[in-house]
Design a protein around this ligand. Structure first.
Ligand code: UD1
Length: 419
């Protein structure tokens, strides 16, 4: 297993380009199953999770062609298998995103339950209930969801909890259903809008994405299309926090700056000067130590749970005491014991982490446990004194494109140590 070796203490300085959003690319690749002609997806980030989704599609008979590094052509006209096996789903929960498109287009899907997950139980009951409301027969047995429907029917669905992939799965299914579907209490994340734009470019009739009520009028067929994936706001936020923690001065290009309000608010509270352009975002910490901030994760447009671990690392080295309250996932503080091993003073009380900033973290061997926790550890390593070795970085590779190259471009001393 590869590791990352980070020699801390260097300010991040310079500029890098942000990649396409993982959480938009994954549903869009899954959604290509709906199309009756080839699809071109541009700005696809080169990530382990994207590779897993492509392997899953290929296992179904989908033909995937790489035009150049970031553009992918997907031909789903010869799907022979409608199964998402446990071996793939267990490595990536987002595999569940093929469920809606498969039932809607082929009338049949056999998708493994994702099962437990490092950051909590994360059930998929709302995906299943939504499809049942649309008339699908769903049997859950032997660890698999078997869903069938001759043609899905439009339905009024009120989602019990705001769920991002649940909203996307049902929106995609409804695109080929008979009649109108209304999704209430829908997730408002920018990635949901990107998926809706993608569906509409294929000829779907989706309106209201980005609000909590999405209306989808089903059509009988979806055509081929071209779509460019929006920039990754979590990758952007992660590098911004890296700059804030190291007193740096960084410009991020091709960023979706309008999707970062909650994160920018907290960075400014921490003392950073943040300049927002149309597609660029710049942060200047002027060599200063950040001040602690209080964070409470909520669905978009609130503060994203996917940025929580990074701000936990920031609070670990900040001036004062900051609290982090996690309201989305019940077990998302696995970075805390690792940060404590680096000298952080953090106490967990229920769903809250109370961080008392220390002057300096000290390097230690640490272990990545999930994707965003590992990003928090990498940032901690950048700010720590000495050499931090982050193990199990396959978690980082799931969601950050060439992280060590991008950080090196910003002046960090970081290298990948092959297993
Ligand atoms: C997506 C993101 C992930 C992010 C999360 C929250 C993708 C590929 N992943 O994950 O990066 O951390 O949103 O912003 O986009 N829930 C249920 N029943 C369901 C579905 C969800 O109870 O059927 C609960 C979950 O346990 C959790 C909450 O709803 O407590 C939100 O989860 P959800 O938005 O579904 O997360 P994901 O879509 O899996």
């Amino acid at each position: 297993m590869d590791k990352l070796l980070i020699k801390g203490g260097t300010c991040l300085n310079g500029s890098i380009t942000i990649s396409g959003a993982k959480n938009a690319a994954l549903p869009i690749l899954a959604g290509s199953l709906l199309a009756s002609a080839p699809i071109t997806v541009r700005n696809v980030p080169q990530l382990k999770d994207v590779a897993t989704m492509i392997t899953l599609l290929q296992s179904m008979g989908v033909i995937v062609t790489f035009d150049d590094r970031l553009d992918i052509e997907i031909d789903t006209t010869r799907v022979t298998d409608r199964r998402a096996p446990y071996e793939l789903v267990k490595t990536m929960r987002a595999s569940i995103l093929v469920l809606g498109p498969l039932v809607a287009r082929y009338g049949d899907a056999y998708v493994s339950l994702p099962g437990g997950c490092a950051i909590g139980a994360r059930p998929v009951n709302l995906h299943v209930q939504g499809l049942q409301a649309m008339g699908a027969e769903v049997v859950v047995e032997n660890g698999y969801i078997h869903a069938q429907a001759e043609r899905l029917q439009g339905a009024n669905i009120v989602l019990d909890t705001v769920t991002v992939t649940g909203t996307e799965n049902l929106m995609m299914a409804a695109a080929l259903a008979d009649g109108e579907t209304i999704l209430e209490n829908a997730a408002r994340e920018p990635e949901v809008i990107d998926v809706a734009n993608f569906l509409n470019s294929m000829g779907a009739q989706v309106s209201g994405a980005g609000t909590s009520t999405i209306r989808i009028t089903g059509v009988t067929e979806l055509a081929g299309a071209e779509h460019t994936v929006l920039p990754d706001r979590i990758e952007t936020g992660t590098y911004l926090v890296g700059a804030a923690m190291t007193g740096g001065n960084v410009r991020l290009k091709n960023a979706a700056t309008e999707h970062l309000d909650a994160v920018v608010l907290k960075l400014r509270e921490a003392g950073a000067s943040v300049q927002i352009g149309e597609q660029d975002i710049a942060i200047d910490m002027r060599g200063r130590r950040p001040e602690s901030v209080d964070i409470r994760t909520t669905p978009y447009p609130g503060f994203p749970t996917d940025m929580q671990a990074q701000f936990c690392a920031l609070n670990a080295v900040a001036e004062g005491v900051g609290t982090i309250t996690e309201t989305i996932f019940e077990n998302r503080f696995q970075h805390v014991p690792e940060l404590q091993r680096m000298g952080a003073d953090i106490q967990i009380e229920g769903n809250m982490a109370v961080c008392r900033g220390v002057d300096k973290l000290t390097a230690a061997p640490v272990m990545a446990t999930d994707l965003r926790a590992s990003a928090g550890l990498v940032l901690a390593g950048l700010a720590a004194a000495g050499e931090t070795l982050v193990d199990r970085i396959y978690h980082v590779d799931r969601g950050y494109e060439r992280i060590e190259e991008k950080l090196r471009q910003l002046g960090a001393e970081i290298k990948r140590v092959p297993a």
